[in-house]
Write a protein that binds this ligand. Structure first.
Ligand code: AMP
Length: 418
């Protein structure tokens, strides 16, 4: 038997109700905050991600689904969305058309990670990219959008972690200080962290290795290296989060996996989903657009993992998807009335009512059971003595009340079952 690829998921009809509920909330909040949807292709030239995300990151160095197509082009299934959105922003000169572009997306992503609870190889993200402004009000807004969506999903057990990475000069000074601090402990570091000492020393800060974390006790803190402007920006973001009533904790070790962040970085965590606790990650990336060949343009955004958020929602029982129901089930009392059932069903469907009837030659009793299973609000009996008089019988399933309706008068049913 052919099975789905490890780390990918089928989303079956029972499950899709959770997805649709989440999508509706996302679309509604994007509308409230005035973000416009953008869709980009599933695959891009590999170079976009290696340049945009950074060769030393886990994503580019170990996780991308890269392949050579029949024309010898190196292509990659998108592992994240920011690089693609920025590519589209540059390619279509969106910055020239509008001073500020507030964009959002919902899309599958692909990373060859080791599958486990909350970590998949095809997963889905929604997110936003606000491109064109330095303004700290946008940093706060971006966090607020993510927080509002999680709140509207009913999640309570969530925590915002906040940090500032400042600007490159400040980070470089900090990187030197951190390297100095760790160089005497180099031999004790985990293999990964040893490699990162030269290639990407910040990443050691979010090492999952317990001993690495112990070695970091008393290490220099990035916050002490921020200049006046960076601190002012950071303080403003914090002030705005307070006005927006969004609780947060400062976490000066929050550097996030990607190279392109400047100033604000944040994550929203849930303690209900096990080791993979980050539901949302984001921040400001003022350098990326220039790095990808555009004119220097500041930007800020986030990406949120849908599978993980739904895991958290289920763990907290934060919402129950609306009960599925149909308007009317047509019960075929006499076998030969199949065309009549189809005709009546067509009439109701053309009038936008949800209708179902039997395709499996079931008995009246079995059709009734099916109507109950589908939570049908009404059933219509077609056949028997009434039918010979040109009539059908309508039953309201909530109170059991029945009434006779003439077949010429089906529009009266429309007003009853609207
Ligand atoms: P990132 O793009 O790595 O910053 O991730 C942003 C969010 O996407 C994370 O906080 C997760 O919720 C989600 N995410 C990232 N990688 C995966 C994965 N392999 N499987 C499921 N969700 C993921």
């Amino acid at each position: 038997m052919i099975k789905a690829i490890k780390g990918t998921n089928d989303i079956l009809p029972d499950e899709i109700q959770y997805w649709n509920h989440l999508t509706n909330i996302v679309l509604n909040q994007m509308n409230i905050y005035n973000y416009k949807e953008i869709r980009t292709p599933i695959f891009e030239q590999t170079e976009l991600f290696s340049r945009g995300i950074g060769d030393s990151t886990d994503i580019v160095s170990k996780e991308m689904y890269t392949f050579i197509d029949r024309s010898e082009n190196s292509l990659t299934l998108k592992p994240e969305m920011t690089a693609s959105v920025v590519r589209a922003f540059i390619e279509h000169s969106l910055g020239k058309q509008f001073g500020l572009n507030k964009l959002f997306y919902i899309s599958p992503m692909f990373r060859q990670e080791r599958p486990q609870a909350g970590r998949f190889r095809q997963f889905h993200q929604f997110g936003i990219e606000a491109i064109g402004s330095h303004n700290p009000y946008l940093d706060a807004e971006v966090i607020q959008v993510a927080f509002s969506i999680l709140q509207n999903l009913g999640l309570k057990d969530i925590e915002v972690n906040l940090n500032s990475l400042g600007i490159p000069e400040e980070r470089n000074k900090f990187a030197e200080a951190l390297k100095d601090f760790l160089s005497s402990k180099k031999n004790e570091l985990s293999e990964d962290s040893k490699n990162r000492l030269e290639s990407n020393v910040f990443r050691i800060l979010d090492s999952k290795n317990q001993h690495d974390q112990e070695l970091l006790a008393g290490s220099p803190s990035l916050i002490d290296f921020l200049g006046e402007e960076s601190l002012e920006h950071f303080n403003k973001v914090k002030e705005l989060l307070t006005i927006a009533k969004i609780p947060y904790s400062e976490n000066h070790k929050l550097v996030r996996g990607l190279d392109y962040y400047t100033h604000t970085t944040f994550e929203i965590l849930s303690s209900k989903v096990g080791a993979q606790s980050a539901l949302v990650g984001g921040g400001r990336y003022n350098l990326l657009i220039e790095q990808l060949g555009g004119t220097s343009t500041p930007a800020v955004g986030f990406a949120a993992g849908i599978e993980r958020i739904l895991l958290a929602c289920k763990a907290e029982e934060s919402f129950i998807p609306a009960k599925e129901e149909i308007d009317i089930y047509l019960i075929r009392v006499d076998k030969e009335l199949e065309n009549k059932i189809f005709e009546i069903g067509t009439y109701f469907r053309y009038n936008n009512r949800t209708v179902e009837f039997d395709y499996l030659s079931r008995s009246v009793k079995a059709q009734m059971r099916e109507a109950n299973r589908l939570n049908s609000k009404f059933v219509l009996f077609v056949g028997g003595e009434e039918f010979s008089k040109g009539e059908v019988q309508l039953k309201n399933m909530s109170d059991g009340e029945q009434q006779i309706v003439h077949l010429n008068n089906l529009d009266s049913i429309l007003s009853i079952i609207k």
